[in-house]
Design a protein around this ligand. Structure first.
Ligand code: PRX
Length: 659
């Protein structure tokens, strides 16, 4: 047999050429949604067809109106409907699924904890009672600053139970970032933990949390989960409450779920935007939960008997919608993994899939690119036949990684859903319905039923197939953000001003992404068009990084851009002008990097810090970021003739190449 005849090589070359994939028949047969007419039904019966989503939930009181658009773009969904999210995610499954696992938690050290729906119900009630006792009332915002431990979803659901919106701050954020978010939300209750394990080491989290709290304007009540026991580098102090003690003290407590209006806030979540200040995205109880449940049902094909795994962090929106709210609303088993994919070895994910019989795996392209680099031997060593569907989220997936995922993880038997959405959209917006649509690697797919999206030019006209433009969403949807917390003006400004024509009653949502569409209506999302960098699927504002850098003594000016990165999608490049007399040393560079870690968090660490005597600026004094991006990417430089200081570009270029 020649090399070319080997089955694997043949397969690889066939896959390489193949641009379209049909969903496997075995999947289609059992899919939650497999009738193509769903697209038409939403179109013809819009917005009422959205009742399909709401009907996946249990309501205390039915809505009187599906959509109220009398005050655009402050839309309201399922008007007058009343419900409780915690009751929907926990209580209503007790009749049939009390003994089934709601959460399968897998710790970094290999320890495991299973919460059946009954156990989850008990802990959520007990912690809800504890929160009440500590003075948390309806509409008080509770901040959570926790890694992937079960106390996080328990605390979220306890908050939902008493009608206290939560604001989860990703555990990787710095103390400063925590304080900024607590102050912005006027939140004076914090749930955190002593620490957690990373690659076997016990990391201190409590000191970070305390540093944050010391910069919060109001008096903070802190509840600390004891994750590390004797390994904890910092002991819980007397003026902090211990999570487990609070639960114990309320043993057996039953807290009636507070009846919430559909439009009442379920949670807020901060995300990065163009300016330095993070945006507090407000999500509601009825619309958001309906949308998370519907997309989990239709796109992720979640069924109650499944074991479903979304390998994101609950500190980001993906974890909110697709580890906690969507899957638990549907009564399934949601896997929650604390650790990293390569600890204790690179087969960790596949070991979990095999051991738990995972049916759906939802992860980020960055992770898939890492798996690809590590090689097929790791997945091959495990039985992955339980998998039925694969998903990706957070950044564009390159066709090579898509095909690797399809073949080596899905064994060509699992459809892949490449899901485009954002913190603001609450749930998936553009992706194939896996039981209906063919897949095209690299393209997320058409908008979901009921979602109307287009690619437009600067005047708002559709650009047509094949041309790049701005992605816009033309109709409201239940999971949409309602506003930015206490900042309606910024909400209008950031998302609606660009393409809406209020005089004509045309309201167009602008997600600040660039995209193109093909003849089949499949959308390929190209990336952010604002000053936001997407590092491994995490949104980081260039302004946030710049303000951290210019805060360092000795820095005169800084410009931060995203450059392409093989593994992370994008990486952060910081161009820095030092003040006179400041030496451009390695130590100074390290100081700058440390400042970014301190202000934002280690995940925002710049890939490179480049010292430069000047930044390329237009005659009006605007920094030409595009050129800095080209330099970071080693690309041919665009037009430099509009620069006030064209020579500087080549100086910077040679510096980058030298670094
Ligand atoms: O640029 C898009 C990119 O991630 C941004 C949203 O980031 P965030 O609010 O943190 O939410 C991430 C998880 C939903 C978008 O504006 N993005 C997200 N999904 C995709 C994507 N880009 C391309 N393809 C995707 N599937």
């Amino acid at each position: 047999m020649t090399e070319d005849d080997e089955p694997d090589v043949q397969l690889e070359s066939r896959l390489e050429e193949q641009a379209e994939f049909t969903p496997p028949a075995s999947f289609v047969e059992q899919a939650n949604v497999s009738d193509e007419s769903v697209y038409e039904e939403f179109e013809e019966n819009w917005p009422d067809e959205w009742e399909r989503a709401a009907n996946l939930l249990e309501w205390e009181q039915e809505w009187n109106q599906v959509l109220d658009d009398s005050n655009e773009p402050f839309y309201q969904w399922f008007v007058d409907g009343k419900l409780n999210a915690s009751a929907n995610c926990v209580d209503r499954h007790l009749d049939e699924r009390a003994d089934e696992a709601a959460i399968e938690w897998i710790g970094e050290l290999g320890e495991t904890r299973t919460y059946t729906y009954e156990e989850l119900h008990r802990e959520v009630n007990e912690f809800a009672a504890a929160l009440r006792e500590l003075g948390v009332g309806e509409d008080d915002i509770v901040t959570m600053y926790l890694p992937m431990i079960p106390e996080l979803p328990i605390a979220m659901l306890a908050c939902a139970r008493i009608g206290a919106p939560h604001s989860v701050v990703f555990g990787g954020f710095s103390a400063d970032a925590l304080a900024e978010r607590m102050n912005a939300a006027n939140s004076d209750v914090l749930v955190t933990c002593d620490g957690y394990y990373r690659r076997g080491d016990a990391l201190d989290h409590l000191s970070k949390a305390r540093n944050g709290v010391s910069n919060v304007e109001s008096e903070v009540t802190t509840i600390v989960a004891d994750r590390l026991g004797d390994d904890a580098p910092t002991a819980i102090s007397d003026d902090e409450y211990v999570f487990s003690e609070q639960v114990e003290a309320n043993s057996g407590a039953v807290v009636d779920p507070v009846v919430r209006d559909a439009e009442d806030m379920l949670f807020m979540m901060y995300t990065s935007g163009t300016t330095g200040k993070p945006k507090g995205v407000k999500h509601t109880t009825g619309g958001y939960l309906s949308y998370a449940a519907w997309t989990s049902h239709a796109v992720l094909d979640v069924k109650p008997d499944d074991t479903y795994w979304c390998a994101a962090d609950i500190g980001w929106i993906t974890g909110h919608s697709y580890i906690v709210y969507g899957p638990l609303a549907l009564g399934t088993t949601s896997v929650m993994y604390e650790g990293t994919p390569d600890y204790p070895d690179k087969g960790r994910f596949w070991e979990i899939v095999e051991e738990y019989g995972v049916n759906q795996l939802y992860t980020a392209p960055t992770a898939i690119r890492a798996f690809m680099k590590w090689g097929t031997e790791y997945p091959e060593a495990h039985d992955l036949s339980s998998l039925r569907l694969l998903g990706t989220v957070g950044e564009p997936i390159n066709p090579r990684a898509w095909k690797w995922y399809y073949k080596h993880i899905g064994n060509e038997e699992c459809p892949i859903v490449d899901t485009w959405w954002q913190t603001e959209t609450g749930g998936m917006m553009i992706t194939t319905l896996p039981g209906i649509k063919k897949m095209k690697p690299g393209s997320a797919g058409p908008p979901l039923p009921g979602i109307s999206a287009d690619i437009v030019d600067p005047s708002g006209d559709p650009v047509g197939a094949g041309r790049a433009g701005h992605l816009v969403v033309n109709k409201p949807w239940p999971g949409m953000l309602r506003t930015l917390y206490k900042n309606d003006e910024r909400f209008l400004n950031e998302y609606w001003d660009e393409y809406s024509i209020p005089e004509r009653d045309q309201w167009v949502y602008f997600p600040e992404d660039g995209a193109k569409v093909d003849d089949d209506g499949y959308i390929t999302v190209l990336g952010r068009v604002d000053d936001v960098i997407n590092v491994s699927g995490h949104r980081i504002g260039t302004m946030e990084v710049e303000s951290a850098i210019v805060g360092v003594e000795g820095v005169a000016e800084a410009a931060v851009v995203g450059g392409n990165h093989e593994m992370k999608g994008e990486a952060i490049y910081g161009y820095v002008i030092t003040e006179d007399g400041q030496d451009e040393t390695e130590e100074f560079r390290a100081e700058i990097v440390a400042a970014v870690e301190e202000d934002i968090g280690p995940f925002a660490r710049p890939e490179a810090v480049i010292f430069t005597p000047e930044l390329p600026k237009t005659r009006s004094g605007k920094i030409m970021r595009r050129l800095l991006e080209d330099i970071a990417n080693g690309d041919e430089l665009g037009n430099t003739s509009t620069l006030r200081n064209p020579d500087v570009v080549h100086d910077i270029e040679s510096k980058v190449q030298g670094d």
